[in-house]
Design a protein around this ligand. Structure first.
Ligand code: SAM
Length: 279
């Protein structure tokens, strides 16, 4: 399969829309910039950087981690853990024509794993990219404590999985390192607790006020940390001994990753200029 993608896109990563290969809408592309900020803040670590990504899909966020390590002139390793298999609950697969069904169809043909391998082949050669094909709850027990500078959680968004992934990440991140994740549209304290708890069987739900959220992410993050530092859905906490603290990202150097679509780069650039948050 990788060879097919090589022929379709020999000189660049490939993120076709019909394979839902980019896992977030244009408004969420900013999280790639926050990813680069997180790497900037650990770049002075005295040893080669180690980042763990839980949930890689077609490698869109993986390439951002790899480019950030290279750009900040750090040797490093990115470990991607993903089963590249079906994971959506029956409830989410009932409606026809959803992205969930399209994603399941793509993994049934093993297209996404092939796409990931193709795309990751374009990662900067200063960065080593390893991957393990499996669910994180199967893989985590084999990983040693305190070895990662950053653990990024973007696997299954169902409550039990996120709760597991955060608990494992707490063990795997080094003191001073970061645990971060995607798709925290709303923190638990800001929405109706009962709504969140009654919608845990769904990947995504919209409350009566029209606010969209991933209920499993909202609840698991709140239970693990309370309120977290949240940058447009990208949440991040620093390990300090046995505790965790919010991370301030605005002072970090950032850049727009090269593999983003031109339209997204322009929108991000305009947003960054207008926000005045970045130098
Ligand atoms: C939201 S997508 C990841 C998107 C990717 N980080 C990006 O931004 O391009 C979720 C991914 O988590 C993977 N996944 C599902 N269950 C998982 C589990 N238990 N452990 C690790 N990964 C899992 C899925 O196969 C899928 O690739």
């Amino acid at each position: 399969m990788r060879e097919v993608f090589r022929r379709l896109s020999p000189d660049a990563p490939y993120f076709p829309d019909h394979l839902v290969s980019i896992q977030s809408g244009p408004d969420s592309m900013i999280r790639h910039v926050w990813q680069t900020a997180a790497v900037c803040l650990v770049k002075d670590s005295p040893h080669p950087l180690r980042i763990l990504e839980v949930g890689s899909w077609a490698g869109h966020s993986s390439l951002t981690w790899a480019e950030a390590m290279a750009k900040f002139e750090r040797d490093g390793t990115l470990l991607c853990v993903d089963p590249w298999g079906r994971y959506f609950a029956a409830e989410d697969l009932k409606p026809e024509g959803t992205a969930y069904r399209a994603m399941d169809a793509a993994v049934d043909l093993d297209l996404i794993y092939g796409l990931f391998l193709h795309n990751i082949g374009f990662a900067d050669k200063r960065v080593r990219v390893d991957h393990i094909r499996g669910r994180f709850d199967e893989v985590a027990p084999y990983l040693a404590d305190g070895q990662f500078d950053i653990v990024y959680i973007d696997g299954s968004h169902y409550y039990a999985d996120v709760a597991h992934d955060i608990a494992a990440a707490k063990r795997l991140v080094r003191d001073g390192g970061f645990i971060c994740g995607d798709d925290l549209e709303h923190q638990l304290a800001d929405v109706d607790d009962a709504f969140v708890r009654t919608n845990l069987a769904k990947d995504f739900a919209r409350d009566p006020k029209g606010r969209g959220m991933h209920p499993g992410v909202t609840l698991a993050v709140a239970e693990a940390f309370g309120r977290v530092a949240d940058y447009s859905g990208f949440w991040i906490m620093r390990r300090e001994g046995d505790g965790f603290r919010e991370v301030e990202l605005h002072q970090a150097q950032v850049f727009i990753p090269s593999h983003l679509r031109e339209v997204d780069k322009h929108a991000l650039y305009a947003w960054m200029k207008q926000s005045g948050l970045f130098g």
